[in-house]
Ligand binder design. Structure first.
Ligand code: SF4
Length: 271
């Protein structure tokens, strides 16, 4: 007869292993990709060339990666209730003849005519830090990887604008952070509760897409032609815990949670 302690241990072990298996399956996704093109150049190369992972993601992050997709059907239902026609997008397409392929979340038409042309809806599910960054600094400065992703999709679907709609991944922590910090910084007329969701309408910017497309071509070239990590350009210094954003803010460096941080540090940069 199994005791409860053994059952508990079996479940923890098997679910932990299954999470790692699921993560490894996702790692086969295409590189370069619209959602990853703004990531560190060397990190993209390392993912495609399967460099050794010495700084693995935390187990708890693995579910978070999928959480956004899991809530998409809910938001589709809400948009339908709001009077929009919502088309799921399933077919992966090549982006403007380049090395990236992609598929957007939803294409929306407004039968009432209030919004006259179809638009792409990209659904995001954000934790407290990303949520408030997006609210205060806008998509391009707060989450540039989403910005370049939607630029690639607008090019792919040949549409003039996209809507990024961000829900709260976890309402309690977002409310808590509002009460302890953001509300005070929002001035005397701040509302009692944080905004229930965020909406940013992003215009198509051909020059920004051209940057992403050229970077994709370059990433592909390094994947196919370069084997020594030191010869692959990197966007950060792994010895520095922080970096400055283009709009002048100090942010945690992505090196802190980069899967190949040790290898990158050791290799240095010899271009
Ligand atoms: S450690 Fe930093 S610089 Fe090196 S690949 Fe990772 S993100 Fe890029």
């Amino acid at each position: 007869m199994l005791d409860t302690k053994t059952v508990r241990e079996v479940i923890i072990r098997r679910v932990s292993e299954a999470l790692r298996t699921w993560e490894a399956q996702q790692a086969d996704h295409d590189v370069p990709s619209p959602s990853g093109i703004h990531s560190c150049f060397r990190q993209q190369w390392a993912k495609a060339t399967k460099q050794e992972v010495t700084n693995p993601d935390q187990l708890a992050w693995i579910k978070n990666m999928e959480q956004g997709k899991l809530v998409e059907p809910f938001w589709s239902d809400i948009f339908r209730l709001g009077g929009f026609t919502v088309a799921d997008l399933n077919e992966r397409l090549t982006i403007a003849g380049g090395p990236m392929t992609g598929v957007g979340d939803r294409m929306i038409t407004d039968e009432t005519g209030e919004i006259e042309i179809p638009f792409l809806l990209e659904l995001k599910n954000l934790g407290p830090f990303s949520y408030y960054e997006l609210m205060k600094h806008g998509l391009k400065n707060a989450t540039p990887y989403y910005y370049y992703q939607v630029q690639a999709y607008m090019e792919m679907y040949n549409i003039p604008f996209a809507v990024v709609f961000a829900g709260q991944a976890e309402a309690s922590s977002i409310t808590w952070w509002w009460r302890v910090r953001e509300k005070k910084q929002s001035g005397p007329n701040a509302t009692e509760w944080p905004p229930a969701f965020l909406v940013e309408v992003v215009e198509r910017a051909p020059a920004d897409f051209a940057w992403a497309q050229q970077r994709a071509v370059d990433v592909r070239w390094y994947i196919d032609n370069v084997t020594a990590m030191a010869k692959v350009p990197r966007d950060f210094d792994p010895a520095q815990p922080k970096y400055k954003t283009p709009d002048g803010r100090n942010k945690q460096s992505p090196c802190n949670y980069c899967p190949i941080r040790d290898g990158c540090m050791k290799a240095g940069e010899q271009l």
